[in-house]
Design a protein around this ligand. Structure first.
Ligand code: F0G
Length: 461
């Protein structure tokens, strides 16, 4: 449905049910974060006031989606909800074949195991934690081909998710196209700050990969948000709907992995979509080992129905304008207060530049981790580290990776919080910014082997 844009954005819904949240005391929060090893992932959500840990699985479903939950066909095989889901994916994204999975990483696992051989190279527009790990576990090596501007929090490039095509071509020439099973392309790029890729860059990438016969696999977790940024910023897209741009993006690629817990506003779910019938055949066979039968893949029938409806809602212009509008509202407040954040503001959260916020803490004392803990102590706002802890260790040398971006992510769930919540978040960030010199670095006292940021524990230095 089109909207006449005359006034500022507002949520295209009214609230029908509420979930109370509670404020705790600072003393309580100090104890809670200490017990959680200064890792916000290890806090109990009861101890959190405003939860900006992630936008994953935390969205509010619509009344239509809840109604869909009541229409769950829980047959083991051939559930009608699967066919609704398949139809929604074909209609809105244009992919031919669908394999449902329990969430995004389930699809990443299956796809990586099918397409990647030992010693392969997987170029991508910046890594994502689970995506890269699955590529490595399948024997591949991830190589970053994002433009340099993406690693610079102050670069105002409008499409920091773009691929550096010269760099990609030189990698193809160096290793040979047969060593590259696919190019891994995310819309929007989470670790860069929720930054979009332009349609022009995607088209040029398609041309280049066609020349060498290499697939593009799309991490379409936040594709509608990327489409909105194209509509807003890219020449020639003002008159197109987010739904049209979304489909155009997808159709430039050969297949996709989707964490439906983001864009598509369900609490759990995902899928693998692929055009190649042979890869589909293998994926459909493999899903029964790891996820479930190929017509549910780890989801209940009701979850698939809610997802089919969520896909449609996710590409509506008025929805996405309000969703990104809220993120930008918070971003503007923080920029006005002089807080260093990644610019331009992305689509799913605000990324605080912890290196600039806490210049007195060296990177190996985990400044972003320390900042997320300090924010929690101040107000009960829960954020997430996206820096050296998330970047993990080099697979070959075992050394810490030292990413240029050392960030704290304030991730905004969809349709959940109000502008007043955003005001409180901004006040709290400003408050700790004014006393930033008192924040101390951390030392890691427990380090899990895989995806360490989820469960690592720290102590104050
Ligand atoms: N790709 C991207 C870009 C993601 O952001 C995520 C998850 C995944 C893949 C994996 O999907 O969680 O459904 O298995 N991101 C969450 C986040 C965890 O907080 O950013 P999943």
């Amino acid at each position: 449905m089109g909207t006449t844009i005359k006034h500022s954005w507002a949520e295209p819904f009214k609230i029908k049910m509420v979930e109370p949240v509670f404020i705790t005391t600072e003393e309580h929060r100090k104890k809670a974060i200490e017990e959680a090893g200064y890792n916000t992932f290890l806090l109990h959500s009861d101890d959190v006031y405003i939860d900006l840990l992630t936008d994953s699985g935390t969205s509010a479903m619509s009344d239509r989606q809840w109604a869909g939950m009541m229409l769950g066909d829980e047959a083991y095989a051939g559930s009608k909800n699967f066919y609704h889901l398949e139809e929604a994916i074909q209609n809105y994204y244009g992919y031919k074949h669908v394999v449902p999975t329990h969430q995004g990483r389930g699809a990443e696992h299956i796809l990586s195991q099918i397409l990647i051989k030992q010693g392969d190279i997987v170029p991508g527009n910046m890594y994502f934690t689970t995506t890269k790990l699955h590529q490595e576990l399948a024997g591949g090596k991830f190589v970053d081909i994002i433009i340099d501007e993406a690693h610079d929090p102050d670069s105002l490039h409008p499409f920091k998710g773009n691929v550096n095509l010269e760099k990609l071509e030189s990698i193809i020439k160096e290793h040979g196209a047969d060593k590259i099973p696919y190019i891994s392309i995310a819309t929007t790029v989470n670790m860069a700050g929720g930054q979009p890729i332009s349609m022009a860059n995607m088209k040029a990438l398609r041309e280049l990969t066609n020349k060498y016969g290499i697939r593009i696999i799309h991490d379409m977790t936040r594709v509608a948000e990327n489409a909105y940024m194209i509509q807003q910023k890219e020449e020639g897209y003002k008159g197109k709907s987010v739904a049209e741009i979304t489909k155009e993006l997808c159709m430039l690629t050969d297949g996709a992995t989707m964490s439906a817990k983001k864009d598509a506003m369900v609490n759990i779910g995902g899928f693998l979509a692929i055009n190649d019938p042979d890869v589909f055949d293998e994926a459909r066979n493999m899903v029964v080992i790891y996820e479930g039968l190929h017509t549910y893949g780890g989801m209940a029938g009701r979850d698939m129905e809610a997802l089919a409806i969520g896909i449609k809602e996710s590409v509506q212009d008025d929805h996405i304008r309000a969703r990104v509008g809220q993120v930008h509202y918070l971003g503007q407040k923080l920029m006005d207060a002089g807080v260093p954040i990644v610019k331009p503001v992305g689509t799913h959260g605000i990324f605080i530049d912890a290196k600039k916020f806490l210049p007195h803490i060296p990177q190996d004392q985990f400044p972003a981790q320390a900042l997320a803990a300090a924010l929690y102590i101040d107000s009960g706002v829960r954020a997430m580290e996206r820096g050296i802890v998330s970047a993990g260790r080099n697979k070959e040398t075992g050394d810490n990776n030292y990413p240029n971006l050392e960030l704290v992510r304030l991730t905004i769930p969809r349709r959940v919080y109000t502008q007043a919540h955003m005001d409180v978040v901004a006040e709290s960030v400003e408050c700790i910014y004014s006393k930033r010199n008192t924040i101390r670095g951390l030392k890691m006292v427990y380090e899990p082997k895989y995806l360490r940021f989820f469960q690592a524990r720290f102590e104050e230095i």
